[in-house]
Design a protein around this ligand. Structure first.
Ligand code: NAG
Ligand code: NAG
Ligand code: NAG
Ligand code: NAG
Length: 388
């Protein structure tokens, strides 16, 4: 009944013909069948996650209508170049957690149940559900950020070292993440990557590696996670989008971080994602997915939570408000941007614009001094569970 009302209202507001759940279901079924058909091998991780090793040429991205004639790229034309020293801070996440890798010629695709996909990230052709979600999200959900923004110039990507935490008590319809975000609002596009605790998507509260992105090639807003809707082209056989980040930091204890890069390849305009080092690329978003997304006009680094109206919202970061101490609040360090030549620069003090939309709950603090293996400046962010 509730669903019928949604359908009705959706038809009303969008002015399109009333969409059907059936169409969405068919799209998701086709998506899953396509993966199944092209799976060469299936990996079960120690945590009982399933990853299908899919033929690299037949991975989900290539069912996107705009990528029909896309030629697979195995590498960017060049890699980000760090100017000066890049410091290493604490221990870094393990790339494959000791789990099996996919064989050459295949790429790992996280297997999730059909109803989860249908609920959370509708495929491209299921506009119906998408419009329903889009229309009904704002009044029902709060979205909070505590982040640093850089927007005073055109850049070609972002990089940062992200501190990793477990976030207990994230409710079934809630999210708590830490991510870098590369945006061009004029082009209606953004790309984000980092870690997330997202029970709606993953049916647990593990901290996981994720990307989310939105393009706007046909005036249709869509928000995609990992490879749940076609678009992201994976080339790495090891690094699994959606994988559990097992090593998490402890308050007053050892700190775990990982570095992530999102950068544009000036040669062909594709946007690349790299994990830990600039050359360890996971894959890329082809230029064609976007309308005129040749550069970034804004970069964001920090925490994000989402919760329903009236609920107690989940903790952000380490669950503590920003602190000068690197082992108290969750932090970002090596906060960087890329210029047109893929040179990596530190975001300067003057370029750090702290922003939090609910400071009573979550905040961002400038200037964290961290001397674990070299001097660098970053920032702390976050806060405990919070009822607005
Ligand atoms: C990463 O995985 C490898 C392979 O199982 C293992 O030898 C190594 O100890 C792990 N590293 C960490 C930090 O857990
Ligand atoms: C980003 O730039 C725009 C246009 O110059 C400005 O209006 C906006 O306030 C800036 N955002 C931040 C967070 O400084
Ligand atoms: C979610 O997790 C619970 C408990 O681990 C399990 O019983 C249930 O089947 C899972 N649901 C889905 C859709 O995987
Ligand atoms: C950046 O991208 C916009 C389109 O989003 C374009 O209009 C502009 O010319 C680009 N700027 C540079 C310096 O390439």
């Amino acid at each position: 009944m509730v669903f019928l009302i949604f359908l009705f209202l959706s038809g009303l507001v969008s002015g399109v013909k009333i969409p059907t759940l059936k169409a969405a279901e068919q799209a998701v079924t086709a998506h899953l069948e396509n993966i199944e058909r092209n799976t060469i091998k299936t990996i079960k991780t120690k945590d009982a996650d399933i990853f299908d090793c899919v033929d690299i040429y037949k991975q989900p991205a290539f069912s996107h209508p705009l990528l029909k004639d896309h030629k697979l790229q195995m590498n960017p034309s060049s890699y980000p170049m760090v100017i000066g020293n890049d410091h290493h801070h604490g221990n870094t996440e393990n790339e494959s957690n000791g789990d099996e890798n996919c064989p050459e010629g295949t790429v790992p695709v996280h297997r999730l149940p059909k109803d989860v996909i249908l609920k959370s990230t509708p495929s491209r052709s299921s506009r119906s559900i998408l419009q329903i979600n889009h229309f009904f999200r704002p009044p029902f959900y709060h979205k909070y950020v505590a982040e640093v923004r850089k927007n005073d110039s055109i850049t070609y990507g972002a990089a940062a070292n992200l501190n990793v935490y477990a976030v207990p008590d994230v409710g079934p319809n809630q999210v708590s993440s830490s991510r870098i975000q590369v945006m061009n609002p004029a082009a209606g596009a953004y790309l984000a990557g980092g870690w997330t605790v997202n029970p709606k998507l993953f049916n647990d509260t593990n901290t996981r590696l994720f990307v989310t992105w939105s393009g706007d090639t046909d005036g249709l807003f869509q928000e995609c996670y990992n490879m749940l809707c076609p678009g992201f082209v994976q080339i790495n056989t090891k690094v699994k989008l959606g994988m559990i980040l097992k090593h998490v930091s402890l308050f007053n204890g050892p700190q775990i971080t990982f570095k992530i890069y999102i950068f544009n390849d000036g040669r062909d305009g594709n946007w690349w994602l790299a994990f830990k080092t600039p050359s360890n690329v996971i894959g890329y978003w082809p230029r064609k997915l976007f309308r005129n997304f040749a550069n970034a006009s804004e970069l964001r680094y920090g925490g994000y939570t989402s919760c329903r109206l009236g609920e107690t919202c989940p903790a952000m970061g380490s669950g503590r408000r920003p602190s000068q101490k690197h082992d108290h609040s969750c932090f970002f360090i090596e906060v960087q941007y890329l210029d047109v030549n893929k040179n990596v620069h530190q975001v300067s003090d003057e370029q750090h614009i702290p922003f939090a939309n609910q400071k009573d709950c979550y905040d961002v603090g400038k200037y964290l001094h961290y001397s674990g293996g070299g001097e660098a400046f970053g920032f702390g962010f976050g806060g405990p569970k919070c009822k607005m």
